[in-house]
Design a binder for this molecule. Structure first.
Ligand code: DGL
Length: 239
């Protein structure tokens, strides 16, 4: 079991940023990445559709003998991770959450943060709880089009930059930006440019990597250190 792979999924390219951070933290592990492009975008679907799509990804990856699963998608975590955990009660299932707590802990006295999230994440109970705990120091900014634009322009993100400027212009005075959708990691540099470098940017990938390492170690499931890690890529998109 220690040599078995770790399954990672997202609706598309966003989770690749999470995968990179997981592989950096756990270089001896074998990863299988599933991009659920047939169902992209998750963030504007209703909860039932997101749950069905996310549970199907979990089923595909666990049927490939994955010893653990990382839901590398804030939307699927917010809406469906509890269902996945109910379906696989004896498996390690790690979610990806907007880094609201670490961000708000580091905010200056009068500063505020803006959280870019998908509409489905914004509407979820999990996110509303996080946002309520942060109070008026957090502004949540749901983005119905951004993930799809990133997915379609991933090879040349300069096309997305004017749109990034437009959505950030109401928040020129923010101290921090939370990238609350794994796709938004692609625009981290555009966000920095908008604020002239004077901004702190947060995402949940390091938190997920730390939690995965902890859970694998606790279960005695870390790959032997002598193993060379690997990555395999799958997609649900039809050719
Ligand atoms: N990458 C996903 C997330 O982290 C959502 C993108 C989509 O809408 O499919 O929320």
């Amino acid at each position: 079991m220690r040599e078995n792979p770790i399954g990672v999924f997202d609706s598309g390219v966003g989770g690749l940023f999470v995968l990179n951070r997981l592989a950096a933290a756990l270089p001896s592990e074998r990863f299988i990445y599933l991009a659920d492009e047939a169902n992209m975008p998750y963030g504007v679907k209703d909860d039932g559709e997101i749950k069905r799509a996310a549970c199907a990804c979990a089923s595909t990856l666990f049927s490939m003998n994955c010893k653990a699963l990382v839901v590398a998608c804030n939307t699927a975590t917010a809406v469906a991770v509890d269902d996945i955990r109910r379906l696989y009660p004896n498996r390690i299932v790690i979610g990806l959450e907007p880094a609201v707590k670490p961000c708000c802990n580091e905010l200056g006295k009068n500063g505020y943060a803006v959280a870019l999230v998908t509409p489905a994440t914004a509407e979820s109970r999990k996110f509303k709880r996080l946002a309520a705990a942060a109070g008026d120091r957090l502004v949540s900014a749901p983005q119905p089009h951004l993930a799809r634009m990133i997915e379609e322009n991933v090879c040349d993100l300069s096309a997305v930059e004017p749109y990034v400027k437009e959505i950030l212009s109401p928040y020129e005075t923010a101290e921090s930006v939370i990238l609350g959708c794994s796709h938004y990691s692609c625009i981290a540099n555009a966000v920095k440019r908008f604020y002239g470098g004077n901004i702190k940017i947060y995402d949940g990938a390091d938190g997920a990597a730390a939690r995965l390492s902890y859970c694998l170690a606790l279960a005695g499931l870390l790959a032997p250190q002598c193993e060379t890690g690997s990555m395999r890529f799958l997609s649900t998109a039809r050719a």
